[in-house]
Design a protein around this ligand. Structure first.
Ligand code: ADP
Length: 623
């Protein structure tokens, strides 16, 4: 209990009453005089501070203040008393047997009705718990700040004035600008985005996105001039922070984007080589078609497809992309086939120098063009080898044919020649004997045999010439050819009372119209020639075998024994030597079909069962 003597009355309360009231208060209460000397403290005050009221009177209470706080608190108290102003302070008090406690002291001046300072009434609250927690919190905030400043994520914040107020060490590392340079700088954005156009675009985009967005890619210009890609997220709305009007985090994506870009380029290059190998492996490759396709693979495989054009020159023939334009920015690689330079692949960059940087071509593109040239050269080599092989096969077939010819010619011409020789000898005799009639008959025989020989030689020559069909190029309508031939053969068809059925769905083919007419004429002529007894039938059509159209002419004639299936296609070969015909028709037909890349064969169930001549052609027109 305080010993201060009550000597005043306020608003009808005796000071004793007031003292009692103060003593039951849960707060520590202190009353001082106008000079700040302590007059009275309540019970709670004594408990909080751990001092008896006697020890605190006057200025003695100031001695209980912790050494570190004593001077500033004393000064502030004296200053408040001098200025007759209220006083507030948080400070440490040393309690006996305890280290110290934190208190909050709040004191207000009390004036007489005349306005004279009478003293102070103050309260003291033990805030040790709050203070301890606050200190712990500060420590953990400090810890978090350390983590934030050290984490490999850019942290930035703008204050209400739009100035940077947070710029962590990752932001410093990526940008090259220190926090000291950036924080509070009115030019921070202009420094980081020196291109005004881009800066305005960026600000517009940011405005549009508001205070919550994720991974918006921003191009930051670092201090060393390099442009970096930052994936920016604004999290102001999710985590509002005091004094940070707008804040967020960013991740430096530059390396990742570069890797992704490089990866995309490599995929393009690999795709190019893959497509090239696919084209190279196509059967019956035509070099011109191949080179035109290959040149088309180049622009999409280069890093600037829209500004890249290419040309392949092979044996002075050029295959170029559309558009094509030469320029100083050029890559090239030679085509070498069988040890000889036969051409080259060229790639041109059609854009300006500034757009592409110092070199518009990647080092990998230099390797790619060399690899392409190598593959193209190899493929041309293979095609040439195949052509050589085909030529060799053709030559050996010709040689065989020639041999066959010479056999046939020597065999077939020997008989008439022997006969001519015999008749000539006989003629000689008849002339010597002056037997004119016999001589004339001999001469006539010689003439007849010579004419037959001439005819036969003509056929041989005709067959030899057939090999010259190498480039059949017209679109031929087989339906028309067959119809026209049937009209030509109509008298014979009618005479033999043959019922003809023709399917009109025969596909168009690419070939030599005149030669194909010959094929149809020969096959129909044979079918009519070797037709059997009534009722006679002739069927002309097209069936599909393994996706290939097979044309056929089927009769119900005398048929062919299986053992003759191959030999009927030999020159001058006939099954029945007494029958009409000279055995050249099918040999000519076979030659024409093969010159068109096709095949001919005969199907028959045997003698008397009719036969079916079937053939394919190399080039069918899709309609
Ligand atoms: P030819 O002028 O003798 O008909 P081809 O070369 O056209 O000569 O035919 C060779 C042989 O094939 C014929 O002599 C004949 O024996 C046989 N032949 C051709 N076509 C038919 C057919 N449609 N039916 C039966 N035999 C045929």
């Amino acid at each position: 209990m305080s010993n201060a003597k009550p000597n005043k009355t306020y608003s009808g309360f005796d000071v004793r009453w007031y003292k009692q009231l103060v003593d039951v208060s849960p707060f520590g209460v202190v009353i001082t005089d106008a000079k700040g000397n302590c007059l009275h403290v309540n019970r709670r005050w004594q408990e909080i501070v751990g001092m008896s009221d006697k020890r605190v009177l006057g200025k003695s209470w100031l001695q209980a203040i912790h050494d570190d706080d004593n001077e500033p608190v004393t000064q502030r108290w004296q200053e408040a008393v001098r200025q007759q102003q209220s006083f507030f302070a948080e400070y440490r008090l040393c309690k006996p047997q305890e280290q110290f406690i934190w208190v909050a002291c709040d004191a207000n001046p009390v004036f007489t009705p005349g306005g004279k300072l009478e003293g102070y009434v103050g309260s003291v609250t033990d805030i040790s718990d709050v203070k301890r927690r606050l200190i712990e919190l500060e420590k953990s905030v400090e810890g978090i700040q350390t983590v934030i400043s050290q984490m490999p994520v850019i942290l930035f914040a703008f204050d209400k004035k739009g100035r940077l107020c947070a710029w962590n060490s990752e932001a410093e590392r990526v940008s090259g600008y220190s926090a000291a340079e950036m924080i509070n700088s009115p030019n921070a954005l202009a420094i980081l985005c020196p291109d005004a156009n881009y800066r305005y675009q960026m600000l517009d985009a940011l405005k549009e996105r508001g205070s919550e967005f994720q991974d918006w890619e921003w191009q930051l210009t670092a201090k060393d001039g390099t442009v970096k890609t930052i994936a920016l997220s604004n999290i102001t709305k999710i985590h509002p922070m005091k004094n940070w009007a707008s804040w967020g985090v960013g991740v430096d994506m530059t390396e990742r984007r570069r890797t992704e870009y490089n990866l995309r380029e490599r995929v393009k290059e690999i795709t190019c080589l893959y497509k090239l190998s696919q084209i190279s492996n196509r059967p019956n490759l035509d070099i011109s078609v191949f080179l035109q396709e290959v040149v088309g693979l180049i622009p999409p495989s280069w890093q600037f497809p829209d500004k890249t054009c290419a040309r392949i020159v092979y044996e002075s023939e050029a295959f170029a992309t559309d558009p094509f334009k030469t320029s100083v920015a050029r890559l090239s690689s030679d085509l070498r086939v069988r040890g000889r330079i036969v051409g080259l692949i060229e790639v041109y960059y059609m854009g300006g120098k500034a757009e592409a940087g110092s070199d518009p071509f990647l080092p990998e593109e230099r390797l790619l063009i060399d690899e392409m040239a190598l593959q193209v050269s190899r493929t041309i080599g293979h095609v040439l080898s195949r052509q050589d092989l085909a030529l060799m096969e053709e030559l050996s077939a010709r040689a065989q044919e020639l041999e066959q010819f010479s056999h046939v010619i020597s065999h077939d011409l020997r008989t008439p020649l022997t006969a001519i020789g015999g008749y000539a000898e006989f003629l000689h005799k008849q002339i010597n004997q002056n037997n004119i009639v016999q001589a004339k008959s001999c001469a006539q025989q010689i003439t007849d045999i010579s004419e037959r020989m001439e005819k036969r030689l003509e056929e041989i020559l005709k067959l030899a010439k057939l090999g010259k069909i190498v480039r059949p190029a017209e679109a031929v309508n087989l339906n028309d050819i067959i119809r026209e031939t049937l009209v030509m053969l109509a008298p014979r068809i009618e005479k033999k009372d043959i019922k003809v059925s023709l399917s009109d769905n025969l596909p168009f083919v690419i070939g030599d119209q005149t030669r194909l007419c010959e094929v149809v004429e020969n096959l129909l002529d044979n079918a009519i020639k070797y037709i059997g007894d009534k009722p006679n039938r002739l069927e002309i059509g097209c069936r599909t075998e393994r996706n290939i159209p097979v044309f056929y002419i089927k009769d119900n004639g005398i048929g062919i024994d299986q053992k003759h299936f191959d030999s009927i296609f030999d020159l001058f070969w006939r099954i029945n030597k007494n029958a009409e015909g000279d055995g050249t028709g099918l040999a000519i037909v076979k030659r024409i079909i093969e010159a068109h890349g096709g095949r001919i064969w005969v199907e028959s169930d045997g003698l008397g069962k009719g036969c079916c001549f079937c053939f394919t052609l190399g080039r069918i027109l899709d309609r």
